[in-house]
Design a protein around this ligand. Structure first.
Ligand SMILES: Cc1ncc(COP(=O)(O)O)c(C=O)c1O
Length: 374
């Protein structure tokens, strides 16, 4: 059994994917070829955004977005404490200071009340200027934008949506990756929409931001001359080959994969909800189920269950074993666990189970039987 079965997906989409790869090789337009433009148009239309700018990966997408917002030394960037490192590392690399926010244990997403406490703390402290909030759509569910966006407005902060895991989710029909002033996603292979290598994208409705991002992803070049560099940028483009692979995958994603993962989530929920803490999807929210993560009673029970599943050939993962405030890279901040009780709880009790659109009901039964045997 696979944690995320990319081979099963390839078997279904093989003719279109192979033909797409072949066409790119024959065209030799490996960089910013036709498939990249076509993909950017289709992604923007799907998200309901004016512009999509693809790039090398989801980390670069975040960095490019922070660069276009002119984030740097002295700025405070608020993000979830329970997320992948890139949500915070990208602010640090630009000289800004990430401020970690505790999560809501039901959804694993940033707790808006804790966010406001942190913003006020930074303001009282007076050393940093609050600039951006990076809510993360963790495990596929959009962050609580109904509550986060008014907080951003109240304090005059920009919102950068980290939709690396949330692509395909929505809130009352409004798509993930459309909630931020700028939003980003990742096409890492195991993501809800993944390519066959690294890839990422930035979404915005703003024409000027779009133009500047296209320059920043190409060394800050001007729009007329490749060798005329207006500012410092990076080299971060989506390969045409990856775009050609993503085109048929996006079609399948829109046509049936999102429905399929939600069906798998329902199977899990029906079988597990009386015995484990199963994930909560807020009213009106749709998850794209980047992960299906349950909570066990404690660390010992979780670790024992994980090895029991392993013995039965069932893969599982711990997303995430530590909060960002516990990372050595951020040790210098001297942050205490007591500020992040829900992150700590999640790190000790979380267990992510196999989840993908090609998971069969009898496989879910096997996983749930192994979990319930205990
Ligand atoms: C929440 C989150 N943000 C950002 C990223 C970075 O994406 P990439 O791996 O494409 O750089 C990831 C990928 O794992 C992620 O899960």
């Amino acid at each position: 059994m696979q944690f995320r079965d990319l081979k099963a997906q390839y078997q279904v989409l093989k003719p279109e994917i192979d033909a797409g790869i072949q066409a790119v090789i024959e065209s030799s337009a490996f960089i910013l070829g036709k498939a990249v433009m076509e993909l950017e148009e289709k992604l923007a239309a799907y998200i309901g955004c004016k512009h999509c700018i693809t790039c090398g990966n989801g980390t670069d997408a975040l960095q490019l977005a922070l660069m276009v917002l002119d984030i740097g030394s002295g700025d405070a960037v608020f993000t979830s404490d329970f997320t992948y490192f890139a949500s915070a590392g990208t602010s640090s690399i630009l000289g800004a200071t990430p401020i970690f926010v505790d999560i809501n244990l039901d959804t694993f997403n940033m707790d808006p009340a804790a966010l406001e406490v942190q913003i006020k703390r930074v303001l009282v402290d007076g050393k940093l200027t609050p600039k951006v909030i990076i809510p993360v759509d963790l495990f596929g569910q959009p962050a609580d934008y109904d509550r986060i966006l008014p907080i951003a407005k109240k304090y005059g902060l920009k919102v950068l949506e980290d939709g690396a895991q949330g692509f395909g989710g929505n809130i009352r029909g409004k798509m993930a990756c459309s909630f931020g002033d700028i939003s980003t996603t990742s096409f890492f292979p195991a993501k809800p929409l993944g390519c066959y290598g690294d890839g990422g994208a930035v979404f915005t409705d703003d024409d000027e931001i779009d133009a500047r991002l296209r320059s920043l992803r190409a060394q800050g070049k001007s729009s007329i001359d490749k060798y005329d560099n207006r500012e410092i940028g990076i080299n971060s483009r989506l390969d045409t080959l990856q775009a050609a692979i993503l085109l048929p995958k996006l079609k399948a994603f829109m046509e049936y994969e999102i429905d399929s993962v939600n069906r798998v989530a329902d199977w899990y929920m029906d079988r597990l909800r009386d015995y484990f803490v199963t994930p909560t999807v807020l009213d009106g929210f749709l998850s794209s189920w980047a992960q299906y993560t349950i909570l066990l009673d404690g660390k010992e029970a979780r670790d024992a269950m994980r090895s029991k599943l392993k013995d039965k050939g069932i893969p599982s993962m711990i997303y995430y074993p530590r909060g960002l405030h516990q990372q050595d890279a951020f040790k210098w901040m001297g942050l205490d666990n007591s500020m992040y009780p829900n992150t700590i709880e999640a790190t000790m009790r979380c267990l992510s189970l196999p989840m993908h659109p090609y998971l069969k009901e009898d496989e879910v039964n096997t996983i749930c039987e192994a979990l319930l045997e205990w």
